[in-house]
Design a protein around this ligand. Structure first.
Ligand code: UMA
Length: 440
């Protein structure tokens, strides 16, 4: 769709809003931006856009007149359908698209889109590395922290956009059509935005909505909800991982592959094969893959205690994944934005392994305490600083302190990256700045 010369309003001035405004400006739209917050973060972003000639920029409120003057509204993923600007846009009958849809409409490269409840960022990173190993330019973007709109200008037709898409980003998509879609698993998340599981699943299913039989969907055959959803709405050719259902020739997963690689790595294998990459190259890339920032990232060993940053964990499932991978006695720091999730997995984990202490923080802290069944050694921390110093006091040499919040970060930080960086700084301060592993 060509919006050149038209008046477009971008709602939200976080990472996606800035990138969308710049893309729209570049393609010749008259761009307005509105954000309900007026704080140092939005002011810096607004100054940057104003310096490029983008105006008007409205901070501290959403004006109905700003929306009413628009011919198109581009919405950031964090802006809910129930919010005032969305309600006004709908009442005015204005077209509304998401930042992902905007980027897709301007993307010359084929798109591989990855969604699911857990493991998306790791899979997106691995797929991009795999393409790079095969000599093909690929950019990992989307919910992983790099807005899709910010990279479309760098992509040519022979490159690949590997886009992590959240349920929020799949709303307001009209033509978004990945050549390969990947649905990793279907837990439950974001009950604040998707009040029922059915609505959450419907949001995720939009990844398939514009695909046709010339496209591919890589799906988790072990997850009954993924299977049921794809039976209902997926018209792309289906390729399974996790369990061999009938896969097209050349895409069967040998039982040895299923033993060596976990489900999400098997999804990467299938995407690589669909792209024509050889099995030896795929195996080698997966074996060489190193850990990601903010995902079970070892920050330091300070006086014999190992500190792990898992700030990317925003669900109980991610926390359990971390708990399964870290042996030995643990002190756990968790909590954050309360999305109304069920933390029964935490109750089970607290009973089944040695957790020496809990530091609970953020909006969810008192609700989390209720799931701990009266466990001893629970501290409700006012700040991350307080949580880190208390965890340091609870841990003994040989223990691990795991920071795996299992909640979103927005009650205390701008995003999970900022939360992970703050954690790292506090840990390094404990070790007086001595780098990883040396600070014992
Ligand atoms: N805002 C309004 N009006 C509203 C609501 C919000 O003006 O009604 C403003 C806020 O004041 C703020 C801005 O919108 O200034 C924030 O926009 P945003 O929440 O969409 O955040 P971005 O910085 O654009 O980041 C978004 C994703 N955030 C969310 O989905 C909440 C980032 O995913 C993503 O990395 C980034 O785009 C680039 O694509 C983060 C996330 O937590 C990591 N995602 C959730 C998750 O993984 O669980 C889905």
């Amino acid at each position: 769709m060509d919006w050149t010369g038209r008046c477009v309003t971008v709602v939200g001035l976080g990472k996606s809003g800035v990138a969308a405004a710049q893309l729209l400006h570049r393609v010749g739209c008259r761009v307005a931006v509105t954000d309900e917050r007026d704080d140092p973060g939005t002011r810096t972003a607004a100054d940057g856009l104003a310096a490029q000639g983008i105006a008007p920029i409205e901070l501290g409120r959403h004006g109905r007149e700003t929306i009413a003057q628009s011919e198109l509204v581009v919405v950031s993923p964090g802006v809910a359908e129930t919010s005032a600007p969305m309600q006004w846009a709908m009442a005015e009958g204005l077209p509304i698209i998401s930042e992902i849809e905007l980027a897709f409409q301007h993307c010359p490269a084929p798109v591989i889109a990855v969604t699911g409840t857990n493991g998306k960022s790791s899979v997106v990173t691995l797929i991009a590395r795999l393409f790079a190993a095969g000599g093909r330019r690929a950019i990992a973007c989307g919910n992983i922290g790099v807005p899709f709109s910010s990279v479309v200008g760098q992509l040519s037709t022979d490159a690949v956009a590997v886009v992590e898409v959240s349920s929020f980003q799949l709303a307001w998509c009209e033509t978004f059509r990945p050549k390969i879609s990947v649905l990793l698993n279907m837990g439950i998340n974001h009950l604040d935005r998707h009040p029922t599981r059915a609505e959450y699943m419907a949001a995720k299913s939009r990844i398939f909505q514009c695909q046709s039989p010339e496209d591919w969907a890589v799906l988790n055959g072990m997850d009954p909800d993924v299977v049921a959803l794809s039976d209902l709405v997926c018209r792309a050719q289906r390729v399974w991982f996790g369990k061999n259902r009938t896969n097209p020739p050349g895409l069967q997963l040998a039982s040895s592959t299923q033993r060596i690689f976990d489900g999400n790595a098997q999804a990467v294998v299938q995407v690589g094969r669909l792209a024509g990459l050889s099995d030896p190259l795929i195996w080698q890339t997966l074996r060489e893959a190193r850990g990601l920032e903010h995902r079970l990232e070892q920050v330091a060993t300070v006086r014999g205690v190992t500190w792990i940053n898992d700030s990317k964990s925003t669900t109980p499932e991610s926390l359990c994944f971390a708990l399964q991978r870290l042996p030995g006695p643990l002190v756990l720091i968790l909590g954050g934005r309360d999305k109304g999730l069920n933390f029964e997995l935490l109750t089970a984990a607290s009973q089944s392994r040695a957790i020496k202490g809990y530091c609970l923080m953020g909006e969810s802290r008192s609700r989390l305490r209720a799931y701990l069944n009266g466990a001893a050694n629970v501290h409700e921390a006012e700040t991350l600083d307080d949580a880190v110093s208390t965890a340091a006091a609870m841990a003994a040499p040989g223990d691990t302190v795991l920071f795996s919040p299992a909640c979103a970060s927005f009650d205390m930080f701008r995003n999970f990256e900022e939360r992970g960086q703050a954690f790292r700084r506090l840990v390094h301060r404990l070790g007086n700045g001595v780098p990883v592993s040396a600070a014992s």
